[in-house]
Write a protein that binds this ligand. Structure first.
Ligand code: FES
Length: 178
């Protein structure tokens, strides 16, 4: 767990100055607010000690705005193995969380296609679906499904609260091949 300082808050976007291990695409951190709780967030960006999170909850943002110091645990979870081409399927609000993955693909010259029509089928090496509602279509070899709203407790692969299809979202995910 690392101590972090709030640098800026702009709408849902919160920048926290904190030293953590360099994250890989698909990993998350937890934000710890002592006396309130621990909350998981996908990493939106991490550069030069500045961690960007997109925090949709107004209640959590209000809690943060009253504090100078927060605590961060992570990066947690398993990175996505990204191939030479990527298809992202999702609605706008879920895609906004995938900034880190999108920027990673752009920085590595990986071919990236983004579609908000969930019925699109692509030939890309890696397909990322942002909603478990569409998991039935998943082809285990190349499709990752993002489990964004799964209830978690320990977030360390210990309690079993986040079990989905025999996998732990907090440890094996939150992007799972199912
Ligand atoms: S939250 Fe405890 S195992 Fe995932």
């Amino acid at each position: 767990m690392r101590k972090g300082k709030i640098v800026t808050m702009d709408g849902e976007e919160v920048i926290i100055s904190v030293r953590i291990k360099s994250p890989r695409p698909g990993q998350f951190v937890t934000l710890i607010l002592p006396g309130i709780g621990e909350f998981p967030f996908l990493i939106a960006d991490y550069k030069k000690g500045n961690l960007k999170l997109k925090i949709h909850s107004r209640k959590i943002r209000e809690e943060i705005s009253n504090r100078k110091v927060v605590y961060i645990k992570g990066p947690l979870g398993s990175p996505i193995k990204i191939g030479r081409s990527v298809l992202l399927l999702g609605e706008n609000d879920s895609l906004s969380e995938l900034e880190f993955i999108i920027n990673y693909c752009k920085s590595k010259g990986i071919k990236l296609r983004i579609e908000n029509n969930m019925s699109v089928k692509g030939e890309e090496d890696t397909v990322i679906i942002t909603s478990p509602d569409y998991a039935r279509r998943a082809d285990r070899k190349r499709v990752y499904v993002y489990f964004r709203n799964v209830k978690m407790n320990c977030m360390l692969g210990v309690c079993g609260e986040c079990l989905v299809g025999g996998k732990l979202v907090c440890k094996d995910g939150p992007f799972l091949k199912i």
